[in-house]
Structure formats: structure tokens, C-alpha cells
Design a protein around this ligand. Sequence first.
Ligand SMILES: [Zn+2]
Length: 92
Amino acid sequence: MRDYEREKRGILMKKYHKNGQLETLICNCCGKKLAVDHGILREGAISVDYTWDYFSEKDGQIHRFDLCEECYDELIGGFKIPVDIKEQTEYL
Ligand SMILES: [Zn+2]
């Protein structure tokens, strides 16, 4: 995929208003449009924004995507070793 196509897709998946408020968020896996109300995401989702480094095959590439909670559960359900889960005790 060429860079500008990736950019175009990125904009489609996560769309912002001119004032910087989140307008649309779409799960990259299932394509579901998630509920956004006044710039605030109203359902569970996980955002990945990762810069691959020198020791990877993708040196210098930034990969970003969003997953809805169902797709996340399905993804981690396939893990051999479960996700480490802790309860949040401190609120930042
Ligand atoms: Zn999904």
C-alpha cells in the first residue's frame, strides 16, 4: 500500500472535526462504527500507535489502528499466554 493510500485510510478510520474533537472512530478489524458523542468515545476500544524500530522488518514504519472491544476480546482470546490484567487503582 502506498503512503497516500494509507493516509487516506487512516483519515477514514479516525476522523476529527476541525476543532480537534473526535468525530468518527471505526474498528479496523470489523469495520464497525463506534459511538462518539460530542468528541467522546462512548464504547470500549483500543488504539494502537506503534513505531517499529531498527530490529524489526518494518524499521521506521508507524502502524496505527483501532479495535472495538469485541474484536479485541477475539484477538486476545487466541493468545497462548493470557493478557496480564490488573485493576487500576490510581486515577491520573
Ligand atoms: Zn471490531
